[in-house]
Design a protein around this ligand. Structure first.
Ligand code: OAD
Length: 233
């Protein structure tokens, strides 16, 4: 069990491993997305400019998979922790699905964007809810301004969302917990080093992450099994 005192502030960094038991593939695992797709072909601004149809094909496939998924006990355990801690908990997810929200989490920071949102690649139209499947050869969606509608996803070479709020929460936290993330993608991989020496740092996941040495404790196994146990009162 993880002891959380009334003065603790908990920062949770979630990764693809949290949604793995819901049937959403991770990126770098055995059947990971980056084993079957080349990042530079489907997840970069360059790829978008070169072949937007291929990008929409990829994100339409991911929308289909995510739309069929249901939250697992890891998502529910994190939602329950938020109910207990209120604003003393900060949930920062790298996941673009909406399973945290489906499990009941109210305040979720999606630092890499949201699969079920889109935005214009030209004007300042705010991101909007979009569950459509854009498989070729249908026309690519267009904004009223004439720009192209793109997935609201942080691609490689782009700046993640909400970094100001994230670093503010990192500066305030006394417990840092990373769950199901391989610890290789920046800046998320360095969050643990940012709080190290000041906050308790705990990793929960199927295997040791690349940045394992920065954590004070590691719990290896499935998030859906470990989190409910670790966070039970
Ligand atoms: P990765 O695919 O890199 O890592 C997933 C981690 O989850 C691995 O360390 C697995 O061991 C672990 N894992 C697998 N199944 C698990 C389970 N049931 N319970 C607990 N852990 C499990 O995914 P991320 O670290 O989230 O970014 O990837 C970070 C970013 O890289 C993603 O947000 C995405 C990707 O490129 C963008 O697309 C911008």
């Amino acid at each position: 069990m993880l002891t959380i005192s009334p003065s603790d502030r908990v920062f949770v960094l979630a990764g693809a491993g949290v949604s793995a038991e819901s049937g959403i593939p991770t990126f770098r695992g055995v059947n990971g997305l980056w084993r079957n797709y080349r990042i530079e072909e489907v997840a970069s601004p360059h790829a978008w400019n070169r072949d937007p149809r291929l990008i929409w094909e990829f994100y339409s496939m991911r929308r289909r998979v995510a739309a069929a998924a249901k939250p697992n006990p890891a998502h529910f355990a994190l939602a329950k922790l938020e109910q207990t801690l209120g604003e003393r908990m900060f949930l920062c997810t790298q996941n673009v699905d909406n399973l945290h929200e489906q499990a009941g989490s109210k305040n979720v920071i999606h630092m890499h964007g949201e699969l079920f949102k889109s935005r214009c690649d030209r004007c300042n139209l705010p991101p909007f809810r979009d569950t459509n499947i854009y498989d070729p050869p249908a026309e690519l969606p267009r904004c009223d301004c004439g720009g192209r509608i793109r997935p609201h996803i942080c691609w490689f070479g782009e700046v993640p969302f909400d970094l100001d709020r994230i670093f503010h929460a990192l500066d305030e936290c006394t417990v840092f917990m990373a769950v199901g993330t391989s610890g290789v993608v920046e800046p998320a991989a360095s969050f643990v080093a940012h709080v190290g020496g000041r906050a308790r740092t705990i990793y929960i996941g199927a295997e040791e992450p690349a940045n394992a040495s920065a954590f004070t404790g590691c719990h290896l196994g499935k998030a859906g099994e470990i989190l409910p146990r670790l966070l039970s009162e």
